[in-house]
Design a protein around this ligand. Structure first.
Ligand code: B1M
Length: 214
């Protein structure tokens, strides 16, 4: 069995220590961090997601797999973040109201911090008011919202509407992302920036902050 398959399987079994060791082993063998993330960790989580959908596994198994994923990400973290020129900018990041998924959001934070952005992570199940009050308080450049459920992505529209209602629409760019979110949805709800994955979320945020500064 290849190392990436092994990693995926150990993640599916929720074996956090084994996952950590295999991530380290893959790094020692010169495997690209992005390959380890996508072909090992995310592959395993994808299998769990399918089983979950088909009622072949339940919330406890998913949580244990999520814990193993986080353990693997901890080892990968210093290798995933780039050490390029530091960008200036502040991002308020959270998972929208009604949604408790945070693994993708945490990856987005990691990538953004790796690019030198200041990230204020306000957690999960965050109401529109909290995104906006935190952005005002910290004079942020970007409000970044993650959603994993088709039922909670509509909350992103509430955030856009609330920011208009509060009269601060021009102060912040609104970035959205998460598995069910698309560029088209971004346009439909009147948000500004969309990114399909954590790495491009960091790139898009940096581009915006650099353009604003120049
Ligand atoms: Co949930 N869950 N879950 N879950 N869960 C999904 C999302 C689901 C697709 C599973 C399935 O049915 N196949 C399904 C959603 C279906 C739908 O809406 N169409 C689902 C469901 C239904 C539910 C519950 C309703 C189940 C229930 O209770 N009956 C429930 C909801 C709870 C709630 O939120 N209110 C629930 C609960 C849970 C757990 C708590 C058990 C656990 C979350 C643990 C945690 O996050 N701490 C969990 C998990 C782990 C999943 C799956 C298996 C994995 C999600 C994940 O972490 N993926 C997921 C199935 C799947 O995705 N295959 C599933 C890995 C992560 C790296 O990817 O988050 O997509 P992702 O992030 C990506 C991109 O999307 C992007 O970057 C990341 C990678 O680079 N991205 C951004 C994310 N945010 C971004 C923001 C950006 C830009 C990019 O800019 C701001």
């Amino acid at each position: 069995m290849s190392l990436m398959n092994d990693l995926s399987e150990q993640l599916q079994r929720g074996k956090a220590n084994e996952v950590k060791d295999l991530v380290q082993k893959a790094l020692d063998q010169g495997e690209e961090p992005r390959t380890i993330l996508e072909e090992g960790l995310m592959d395993g989580m994808g299998v769990i997601g399918e089983q979950f959908k088909n009622n072949e596994c339940y919330v406890p198994e998913v949580l244990i797999a999520a814990r193993a994923m986080n353990a693997g990400i901890t080892v990968l973290r210093p290798h995933l973040v780039s050490s390029g020129v530091k960008a200036q900018g502040t991002v308020v990041l959270g998972t929208v109201k009604g949604d408790l998924h945070d693994i993708g959001k945490n990856l987005v934070r990691m990538m953004m911090e790796g690019k030198g952005l200041e990230v204020i992570d306000i957690g999960v199940d965050v109401p529109a008011e909290k995104f906006i009050s935190t952005a005002v308080e910290h004079n942020a450049d970007i409000i970044a919202c993650s959603a994993l459920l088709t039922t909670t992505m509509t909350e992103m529209k509430n955030i856009v509407d609330k920011i208009v209602e509060d009269g601060v629409r021009e102060r912040f760019k609104i970035m959205i992302g998460g598995a069910p979110v698309t560029d088209g949805f971004c346009e439909t709800i009147g948000a500004d920036l969309y990114a399909p994955d954590a790495s491009s979320a960091a790139d898009v945020a940096v581009q915006h902050c650099q353009a604003k500064a120049s």
